[in-house]
Design a protein around this ligand. Structure first.
Ligand SMILES: *Cc1c(COP(=O)(O)O)cnc(C)c1O
Length: 404
């Protein structure tokens, strides 16, 4: 058994790998297929089953999943995909990969999620898709987003990379898992080690649409199909008796090698069994934090709206550094000296040099997101944190927040 490193340092996030996982990967290593074997389909079925979506396509990363999703729904030729500036760059980059144009819509001040009213304002005749991100594991207002998308003929791609295990209640009172595609055409998952479950690198696209599913499967594997009923060139594909030629395959578009391996899927299947326990532990940690910070007005955690159960990928807070009289950099350094890692999620994507230079984005474009950013800090959040670890973080943070 690998020894837990007991350095005493509490990072802002980390994976949980145990004996089961190691055994599962070791078993997969001695199987016949290391890349696309039976484990891939098993993982896809388990994932789709967990989320309650019809199809899952496992791919090599969340970023690859976003790329294929944008391609599959036809984001191209400067057509626009609307997303939030408070996300990982990949949510917006995915539109750029396909020749589309990312357009940002500002966030809500308390949930930090994309604001449906702002989406509405950003829709032009070139709008093709909207990519809501369930920030930190808190589901967006999917009823509102679906309604706007239907009204304006947009596709909804849910970036659920933060939200495996999160749930939300729709207007009819029915509960859904985030990423189940109940209110979206496609949803995206990431299995990077900092996310809820890991495959090393890895991702998936979920959908209820057989057409999108077929397209994604093709794009994942070089645009090549081996399915006789999909072949276009009948003369080359079939012999004179109409039987498919055994060597034949057909490349129908310029796809990619975005496969997830059997080894990784073995890890994914093993991790998925523990997901509910992981998420329960994250919620427990969030409860301890929230109780401890209640009544301290310098620190405000993300507001969990009614009808939402967060999966707490992050524990994101707003700290009024100005009023505190200490910079964020100084607070982060002081916490680090006490053995506590923190991070900022995220630098608004529209302020990145690439977006300023290519798309003319500038400071002031998204005032709510920019105000959020000034106060943003993510505290340690991962299932392996002990109650003692959580107490250490609470003590250190509340200690630093005492105005001198
Ligand atoms: C992690 C993440 C991604 C990208 O996932 P990778 O697996 O790292 O490529 C995309 N969007 C969001 C919101 C993420 O947090």
């Amino acid at each position: 058994m690998p020894k837990e490193k007991n350095s005493g340092f509490i990072p802002y996030g980390r994976q949980w790998i145990d004996e089961d996982d190691i055994r599962a990967v070791a078993r997969a290593l001695s199987c016949d297929y290391l890349t696309q074997g039976p484990g891939v389909e098993r993982f896809e079925e388990a994932l789709a089953g967990y989320l309650g979506a019809r199809f899952a396509v496992a791919v090599s990363s969340g970023t690859a999943a976003l790329h294929l999703a944008c391609l599959a729904v036809g984001v191209k030729d400067r057509l626009e995909a609307i997303t939030t500036p408070i996300t990982f760059a990949a949510s917006a980059n995915s539109a750029v990969y396909c020749g589309g144009k990312p357009v940002f819509a500002d966030i809500e001040p308390h949930t930090f999620n994309i604001n449906p009213d702002e989406i509405r304002k950003k829709i032009t005749a070139r709008a093709k898709a909207v990519i809501p991100v369930h920030f930190a594991g808190l589901a967006c207002d999917m009823d509102a987003i679906r309604a706007i998308a239907d009204e304006r003929g947009l596709t909804v791609i849910e970036d659920a990379c933060h939200a495996l295990g999160a749930e939300y209640k729709d207007l009819k009172g029915k509960w859904h898992k985030a990423g189940s595609c109940a209110h979206s055409d496609l949803s995206i998952m990431s299995f990077h080690p900092v996310k809820h479950i890991t495959t090393g690198e890895g991702g998936a696209i979920l959908t209820n649409s057989p057409e999108l599913y077929e397209r994604l499967m093709l794009l994942r594997t070089h645009g090549i199909t081996k399915k006789p009923d999909a072949f276009k060139n009948k003369a080359m594909a079939f012999d004179e008796n109409g039987a498919p030629n055994p060597w034949y395959y057909e490349m129908q578009e310029a796809g990619f090698n975005y496969r997830l391996t059997d080894l990784q899927c073995a890890l994914g299947i093993s991790q998925l069994k523990k997901l509910d326990a992981f998420v329960a532990r994250r919620r427990r940690i969030a409860d301890i934090y929230s109780a401890a910070f209640k009544g301290i007005d310098l620190i405000t955690p993300q507001a969990v709206s009614a009808g939402r159960v967060s999966s707490y990928h992050l524990y994101a807070v707003q700290i009024d550094f100005k009023r505190l009289g200490k910079s964020r950099a100084r607070i982060m350094t002081e916490l680090k000296e006490k053995g506590i890692g923190t991070q900022v999620h995220y630098i608004p994507v529209h302020l990145q040099p690439f977006y300023r230079e290519r798309f003319g984005c500038k400071k002031g474009d998204f005032p709510v997101a920019e105000a959020y950013y000034e106060k943003a800090l993510s505290l340690p959040m991962y299932p392996k944190m002990t109650d003692d670890d959580v107490r250490r973080v609470v003590q250190a943070v509340t200690g630093l927040l005492k105005v001198a």
